[in-house]
Each structure stands twice: as structure tokens, then as C-alpha cells.
Design a protein around this ligand. Structure first.
Ligand code: BES
Ligand code: MN
Ligand code: ZN
Length: 504
């Protein structure tokens, strides 16, 4: 899809389809009113007759509206004008796109970006419209032998903003939206890939491809032998029960000035998590192919920032491994010595994410990071705490928490901070080792973060648990691409404040 922004009058647009909003009850939006005037009340007549009420999800497709230069007019229900929510806005855009796709308009101009949402500007409206459009057009059909093709798909979409003054910001929103959408798509494609194909080796190959595609990205792979030399025994223990060898991919993006400390993103990349000897129950186990969703989001974010050519140094790490039960697998009761030297008693082999991450988090000390954010589908408890809409943020660092929550709000990619008071740490006490790998049922997301915190003392660190948000279950099963949008925003913000610091 090709996107454009513009600021024009609806009555002057010559397009295959012009899209305008209708509010409940039966009230035209500003753009709709302008079309109504030139059509001498054609639209308001339809409304009066009750053809469309204006509820969210309603659409009315019209041909040959008198005096309107565009071939078609699509009226889209937007609900009550003052009550329009962000979620509804995205829903309205998705509905518009599916209608346009089904009805054969090859191009369209959309005035829904003029809708007002409390606290949001046209930058937000345009960016979310681009992201929502690409999200609604996404499908993962590479393993379907017959594909559902749209006969005459929408190819070109222009979003209108209400004044020329807003055009520069709208252009920026378009650029950001496109980069985020392509990073999100890369994340989804990788995460949706089946685990017989998407192995840790496959993750590393994808990381290598990014190096080839982008001048500023260099990729290095750490294999099992090198991990052994590095004494990453915890990471290796998790991978030992699988024929698929572990690989850790290190993608370095050099966009900032030389010597500028990097932001490091560490993604949990369990290409399949069977639970190991503490085997998971069978129902829904296929979804544990998504246990590399954190790594996929790091991968997508690297793509997004490379496309934006952000002036910042970032290192993205994919912590690839597979957790399987076999004769060589690690067991409950085993005591592992992590790369940091600290020992861990394994009480449950299904709490494997923290065991691979802890060694990766020690490994990244060598980069002297500005800060480190890890992203992981770490705990089922996170879904109990926050559900499927909000990711959990856990960090001891106030400044970083503020930054990440701000980025989350800007990007409409929700995250909520959970506490990590010291009292939780004692749940990890072990009679035999420095710590156990599980902290019991209470506050499982927090104790998992507490475990990681013991390996992140040398830098500022935050943890995002995306167990509930990285994919959807049920009939609409699929990766969501989250939190690529949040992470990219976080890096956009950082790159902007860095450049102002430099110019001051
Ligand atoms: N990858 C899972 C967490 C998970 C489970 C994410 C379900 C999304 C949906 C993780 O490796 C795991 O198994 N965690 C255990 C930890 C427990 C043994 C302390 C969990 O949450 O049950
Ligand atoms: Mn597990
Ligand atoms: Zn896992």
C-alpha cells in the first residue's frame, strides 16, 4: 500500500472513493457536511431516512452522489462524537480498509484522520491510521497452498488533515507509521513461523539478513561452543534437551556518533517452550512457538529504526533456544552456575526464560550500555495480572520507567508498571544455591523480574513481560507485533533528546 497525506477540501477531491465520518445519532462530520452542501442535501437526506445511524462499525457505500467529484462516497459510523475512544478509532480505520478492499476502489482519500480524540493530535491520528491499516491487511498465508486474494485491492490511500499547518507533522507521522508498521510486520512474520522452521538457527539467519539489508547493522552470532567458553551454563542447560542448538544473535545498529553508549534490547527467543522435564500440559501447547515473541519484537524494532535511520546506537539481541525434554535435558534439582558466577537451583524447568536471559544480561555488560531493556513472554502470571491488552513493565529505575511509560502512551502500545520492592526477593531463596529459579505462585511476574534484577546491577535496566500481549489465541490466532511500536517510540524519543543535547 502506498500512503500519502494532504490537506484539501472534500468537495474538491477527485478519487475512486472519498471516506467521511457519520456520528451518532445521524450527524455528519465536518467533511461530510461539506459534501452534503455541494450535493444539495443528498447525504443528510439519507441520514434522515435512517440509512445509517452512525454507530461504530456501520458503513454505507454510495455511488454517484450528485456534484461530488469522487466516484464513490463511503460513510463510516464513528459513534458519539465526544466519546470516541482510541480503540474505536483503530476499529473504524480497520472497518474502512476492509470495506474499501471488498468494494474494488483502487485508491481512496480518507477524512477520518480529522476525527478528534481527547488528548491526541493529527500526528497521532495519521500514525495510528497507517499502523491500523497495515495491521488489518496483514495475513500469514505462506503455508496455505491456496491463498485468499482480494480481486481489486486498495493500493493507494491518502489521509487528510484539516489544516495546512499540520502537514509537516502529518508527514512525520506517516514516516514513523510506515517504519513501525514494517517493523511490526517483520515481528509478526517471524513470530508466526512454525517452530519446525523457526529454530534458534533460523533466528540467527534472520539476524544475518538484517545485516545484509541495512548498511548500519552488523550481526554477530554466538553459538553453543562460544557460550561454553563464556561460561553461559545456565543458557546452555535450557537448550540441552533439544536437538536444535542455541544461538544468540547480536545485531549492532550504528546510527549515533562513535563512542555514544548503546541502548541494548534483549529478547527472549524460545522458539518452542515445551516446559522441558516439567512438561507443559498438551492443550494449547502449539502457542509456545510464540515464546520467541520478545526476540521477534527486538528484530522488528531493529528493522524500524534502520528504516528511520535514527541517529542512535542500539544493540538488539535475540536469545535463541528451544526448551525440550529428552535424556540429556536439565532437571528439577539441578544446580547451575550462571555466567555471573551466581548459582541457581532449578525447581521447575519450565521457568527457562529467566535462565537464558540471565546469561544474556551478563553478556551485555561488555557493551557498557546506556540502558538495557529485556522483552520476554516470561510468565503466565502476567496474563492473570494484566490480561491481553497491557504489557507489564518491571524496573527498579524510576527514570527508565517514566521514559517507557511515556513511549507506551505516545505509541498507544499499553504497558503498566508493577512494583519490585525488595521484599519479593526472598521468595527466591534456596536452601542449596544462591537462588531458586521460581518464587512460588504469588506475584509470579514480579519474582521473575526479581530473578533477572540480580544480573543487571551494572547498568540501568527495565523488563517488559509481554506474555499476554505478544499474540492472540482463539479463532483469530496470530502474533500482534507488540511491543515494536512502544520500543521504536522509546528509541525515537531517545534519539531526539540525544541530538538536542549534542546541539546545545
Ligand atoms: N513461556 C512461559 C510463560 C507463558 C506461559 C507465556 C503461557 C504465555 C503463556 C514461561 O517459560 C513459563 O513457562 N513460565 C512459567 C513459570 C513458572 C514455572 C514459575 C509459568 O508462567 O507458568
Ligand atoms: Mn516455560
Ligand atoms: Zn517460556
Amino acid at each position: 500500500m502506498e500512503f500519502f497525506v494532504k490537506s484539501g477540501n472534500p468537495e474538491k477531491q477527485r478519487s475512486a472513493c472519498i471516506v467521511v465520518g457519520v456520528f451518532e445519532p445521524r450527524r455528519l462530520s465536518r467533511a461530510g457536511e461539506l459534501l452534503d452542501e455541494i450535493s444539495e442535501g443528498y447525504l443528510s437526506n439519507l441520514l434522515r431516512r435512517g440509512d445509517i445511524e452512525g454507530k461504530v462499525g456501520q458503513v454505507l457505500f454510495l455511488h454517484h452522489v450528485p456534484n461530488v467529484l469522487s466516484e464513490r462516497v463511503l460513510l463510516v459510523g464513528c459513534g458519539k462524537e465526544r466519546e470516541l475512544t482510541e480503540a474505536q478509532y483503530k476499529q473504524i480505520i480497520a472497518k474502512t480498509i476492509s470495506t474499501l478492499n471488498d468494494t474494488g476502489s483502487l485508491e481512496s482519500i480518507c477524512f477520518l484522520t480529522e476525527l478528534r480524540i481527547i488528548g491526541r493530535d493529527s500526528y497521532w491520528a495519521v500514525r495510528q491510521a497507517v499502523e491500523a491499516t497495515e495491521d488489518s491487511l496483514y495475513s500469514f498465508d505462506q503455508f496455505k497452498t491456496t491463498k485468499e486474494n482480494t480481486r481489486r485491492p486498495l493500493r493507494k490511500l491518502t489521509f487528510n488533515v484539516s489544516s495546512r499547518k499540520e502537514l509537516a507533522r502529518a508527514e512525520l507521522a506517516l514516516q514513523h507509521g510506515l517504519a513501525v508498521a514494517s517493523g511490526t510486520k517483520a515481528c509478526k512474520d517471524l513470530a508466526n513461523m512454525p517452530p519446525n522452521i523457526c529454530t534458534p538457527l533460523y533466528l540467527s539467519e534472520q539476524a544475518k539478513i538484517l545485516e545484509q539489508r541495512f548498511e548500519k547493522i552488523a550481526t554477530k552470532i554466538v553459538d553453543a561452543d562460544q557460550m561454553a567458553e563464556l561460561k553461559m551454563d545456565s543458557y546452555l542447560a535450557v537448550a540441552r534437551g533439544s536437538k536444535n542448538q542455541p544461538y544468540m544473535s547480536i545485531m549492532t545498529y550504528n546510527g549515533g556518533v562513535e563512542g555514544q553508549k548503546p541502548v541494548v534490547l534483549v529478547g527472549k527467543g524460545l522458539t518452542f517452550d515445551a516446559g522441558g522435564i516439567s512438561l507443559k500440559p498438551g492443550a494449547g501447547m502449539d502457542e509456545m512457538k510464540y515464546d520467541m515473541g520478545g526476540a521477534a519484537s527486538v528484530y522488528g524494532t531493529m528493522e524500524a529504526i534502520a528504516k528511520l535511520d535514527l541517529p542512535i546506537n542500539v544493540i538488539g539481541i535475540l536469545v535463541g533456544a528451544e526448551n525440550m525434554p529428552d535424556g540429556n535435558a536439565y532437571r528439577p534439582g539441578d544446580i547451575l552456575t550462571t555466567m555471573s558466577g551466581q548459582t541457581v537451583e532449578v525447581l521447575n524447568t519450565d521457568a527457562e526464560g529467566r535462565l537464558v536471559l540471565c546469561d544474556a544480561l551478563t553478556y551485555v555488560e561488555r557493551f557498557e550500555p546506556e540502558c538495557v531493556v529485556d522483552i520476554a513472554t516470561l510468565t503466565g502470571a502476567c496474563i492473570m495480572a494484566l490480561g491481553h491488552n497491557i504489557s507489564a513493565l518491571v524496573t527498579p529505575h524510576k527514570g527508565l520507567a517514566h521514559e517507557i511509560i511515556t513511549a507506551s502512551n505516545q505509541a498507544s502500545d499499553k504497558a503498566w508498571q508493577l512494583p519490585m520492592d525488595d521484599e519479593y526477593q526472598k521468595q527466591l531463596d534456596s536452601p542449596f544455591a544462591d537462588m531458586a529459579n521460581i518464587g512460588g505462585r504469588p506475584a509470579g511476574t514480579i519474582t521473575a523480574a526479581c530473578f533477572l534484577s540480580r544480573f543487571t546491577k551494572k547498568y540501568n535496566w527495565a523488563h517488559l513481560d509481554v506474555a499476554g500481549t505478544a499474540w492472540r489465541s482463539g479463532s483469530n490466532k496470530g502474533a500482534t507485533g507488540r511491543p515494536v511500536s512502544l520500543l521504536t517510540q522509546f528509541l525515537i524519543n531517545r534519539s531526539e533528546s540525544d541530538t538536542t543535547e549534542l546541539s546545545n
